[in-house]
Design a protein around this ligand. Structure first.
Ligand SMILES: Nc1ncnc2c1ncn2[C@@H]1O[C@H](COP(=O)(O)OP(=O)(O)O)[C@@H](O)[C@H]1O
Ligand SMILES: [Mg+2]
Length: 236
C-alpha cells in the first residue's frame, strides 16, 4: 500500500480563501518527491495537511481523503503524527528551542517520553549522520545557517519518522550548505525514508524520483523530473 494517499483534497482557510481544489496524489514508500509550483499555489498548505497541522491547529474547512501510512488524517491528532511525519518548516531556524545542539536533538523524543538511554543513542547516531558530533554542546545560535539547517533536520530525525517533509530547505543557504543538505537527503533516501522537498531551484531536486507540480489548487503535472520539465512551461 502507498505510504501517502490523497484523494480529492479540498481546503479553504478560515479567511474564506480556497487553496486546494481537488488534489489527488499517491506517494510510495521510499520515494523522493520534488513538490514545485508558483509562489502562493499552496505547496506549504499541502505540506501542512500531510503533517496534520491543517486542519488540526489552523482550522479551516477540509474535505476529501488523506491517508498517511496507516492513519486516516481525519481521525488522527497532531501529536500522534510526530513519529510518522517529520516536518521541517520554511525558516526552520525559528524551530530551534534549546541552548545546545544535543538538547535540541533530544527535545522531540524526550517530549514523547522515550527512555533516556534510547534518546541518548538516537542523539549520538544523528550527530554522526549530520557530521556534527564535535558541536554536541554548542549553542545552535552560534552555528552557521547551514549547520542550523542540519540541526533542524536532525531534530525531526530523532523522532525516527517514516516520512520527511522539507519546505524550501535550501533557501537562505550558501552553495556548500546546499550541497551538504542535498547529500544528507540522498543518504536518508538510501536508508528508505520517504522524502518530500518543496523547492524552487530545480537543480536541487534533480535527484528526486518524481516531481509534482501544483497549479490552481490541483496536481497539474506528476512524473519523472525530465517528463515534468518538458511540460512545465505551459504552467509557469
Ligand atoms: N493562514 C492562512 N490564512 C489565509 N490564507 C493563507 C494562510 N496561509 C496561506 N494562505 C494563502 O494561501 C495561498 C497558498 O499559500 P501557501 O500554501 O503558503 O503557498 P506556497 O507555499 O505554494 O507559496 C496563498 O495565497 C496564501 O496567501
Ligand atoms: Mg510555501
Amino acid at each position: 500500500m502507498s505510504i501517502i494517499q490523497i484523494e480529492n483534497l479540498k481546503f479553504t482557510y478560515p479567511s474564506g480563501k480556497q487553496v486546494l481544489k481537488g488534489v489527488d496524489l499517491t506517494i510510495e514508500k521510499g520515494e523522493m518527491i520534488g513538490l514545485i509550483g508558483d509562489s502562493g499555489c499552496g505547496k506549504s498548505t499541502l505540506c501542512h495537511v500531510m503533517c496534520g497541522i491543517i486542519p488540526n491547529a489552523i482550522g479551516g474547512t477540509a474535505s476529501g481523503q488523506v491517508r498517511i501510512k496507516d492513519k486516516n488524517m481525519r481521525e488522527t491528532k497532531l501529536k500522534d503524527m510526530a513519529e510518522t511525519v517529520g516536518f521541517v518548516m520554511q525558516d526552520s531556524d525559528r524551530m530551534i528551542v534549546s541552548s545546545t545542539v544535543e538538547d535540541e536533538l533530544a527535545f522531540g523524543p524526550e517530549n514523547l517520553r522515550i527512555p533516556p538511554e534510547e534518546v541518548r543513542r538516537r542523539v549520538d547516531e544523528t550527530l554522526e549522520l549530520l557530521q556534527m558530533t564535535e558541536y554536541a554542546l554548542t549553542n545552535p545560535n552560534h552555528l552557521s545557517g547551514g549547520q542550523k539547517q542540519m540541526v533542524t533536520i536532525g531534530s525531526v530525525l530523532t523522532l525516527q519518522p517514516d516520512i520527511l517533509i522539507l519546505d524550501e530547505p535550501h533557501s537562505h543557504l550558501d552553495e556548500e550548505s546546499r550541497i551538504r543538505t542535498k547529500q544528507l537527503l540522498n543518504q536518508l533516501k538510501a536508508e528508505g525514508k520517504t522524502i518530500i522537498i518543496v523547492e524552487h531551484d530545480y537543480e536541487l531536486i534533480e535527484d528526486a524520483d518524481r516531481w509534482i507540480l501544483l497549479h490552481e489548487g490541483k496536481v497539474a503535472l506528476d512524473g519523472k523530473p525530465e517528463e515534468v520539465k518538458e511540460k512545465i512551461w505551459d504552467f509557469v
